[in-house]
Write a protein that binds this ligand. Structure first.
Ligand code: ATP
Length: 241
């Protein structure tokens, strides 16, 4: 199996506070990795470090053999990494169309960008109706459609998705997972940070459980039995699945 993403001994600190230390795992080409853990375990810090939004304090992040740890986000995006941060990462004052253009900026060459924006809008007709509206006036679900549309219109080589289903109604959570499944079918390698442990494990091939910034468990998602994970995730991790 070819390794798409290799994280070794990764550490992230905020001032004196260490959010991640000694984090090591691989993601094979075309597979999906679920990153699980209780609040504050370091999941978002890991996603942000891979995307280049947070600089690692130590360790290495390799994308198909190329070191990307500490590279700026736009350079990492150019290498085919799409990052959907918690909170969706949209620009509230820009219109839906302008958001898509901005999101696709590093993923699609200029000459193909307009076509990609049209493709994104065709995927979710509701976005078409709102194409001139500032994205900040969209509902949470519509904003998430915008993030999904970007991913599906120009499938990245690696998708780093941080809590895409956070705060969404069940129907929209289904839409998120359907879209993630579609991305995977297209061969996208996925790193998925999720609060819905059961769904994340059903979707993913592999899983990593973080606890206080360290890898507490890693293995096949199918072997990550919920009961065993409960001790790592805390009470909240498995509620209302
Ligand atoms: P959650 O599920 O609550 O988002 P998480 O698992 O994603 O949690 P992180 O957000 O990565 O965890 O946080 C890991 C640790 O780093 C926590 O102790 C958090 O308080 C701290 N932290 C995160 N971001 C910052 C920041 N910008 N400045 C200082 N400390 C931070």
């Amino acid at each position: 199996m070819t390794v798409a993403l290799q994280v070794q001994q990764l550490a992230v600190s905020y001032g004196d506070a260490r959010a991640l230390s000694g984090v090591t795992f691989d993601v094979a080409e075309g597979r999906a990795l679920a990153v699980l853990g209780a609040n504050g375990a370091g999941k978002s810090s890991l996603a942000a470090a891979i995307a280049g939004v947070v600089k690692p304090a130590a360790g290495s992040i390799r994308l198909r053999g190329t070191e990307i740890g500490g590279s700026p986000p736009h350079r990492i995006a150019r290498l085919g990494v799409a990052y959907v941060p918690e909170g969706r990462g949209i620009f509230p004052n820009l219109s839906v169309t302008e958001n898509l253009r901005a999101m696709l900026r590093y993923a699609v060459p200029r000459s193909e960008r307009a076509a990609a924006v049209d493709r994104a809008i065709a995927l979710f007709p509701l976005l078409g109706e709102r194409r001139r509206q500032p994205a900040g006036t969209l509902s949470g679900g519509e904003q998430q459609m915008l993030a999904l549309a970007r991913v599906l219109a120009a499938p990245p080589s690696i998708l780093i998705a941080d809590e895409m289903s956070l705060g969404l109604a069940p129907k929209l959570v289904d839409l998120v997972f359907d879209s993630l499944a579609r991305a995977k079918e297209e061969g996208v390698t996925v790193v998925l940070v999720e609060q819905y442990v059961k769904r994340a494990l059903e979707y993913a091939d592999d899983a990593v459980v973080l606890r206080q910034g360290e890898v507490a468990w890693s293995g096949r998602a199918s072997e990550a039995h919920s009961e065993a994970l409960a001790s790592y995730l805390g009470a909240k991790g498995l509620e209302s699945q």
